[in-house]
Design a protein around this ligand. Structure first.
Ligand SMILES: [Zn+2]
Length: 63
């Protein structure tokens, strides 16, 4: 009876994964509601660059 050995792959020491930007969930884009007129009628959504991560999708380190 052969014993099954679990092969544990050694993970290379990579840099830690950058934190994902929360508002855009790492996409770098956030839906923006487009409103026009004095009553701010909603005319639809459009994708806009996330201002939190500047479109990178990575939460910037606050230093
Ligand atoms: Zn973002």
């Amino acid at each position: 009876m052969a014993t099954t050995r679990k092969r544990v792959a050694a993970k290379p020491a990579l840099a830690p994964e950058p934190a994902r930007c929360e508002p855009c969930e790492g996409t770098g884009l956030v839906p923006k509601t487009v409103r026009v007129g004095q009553r701010h009628r909603n005319v639809g959504d459009q994708q806009g660059a996330c201002l939190t991560c500047w479109g990178t999708g990575i939460a910037a380190d606050e230093t």
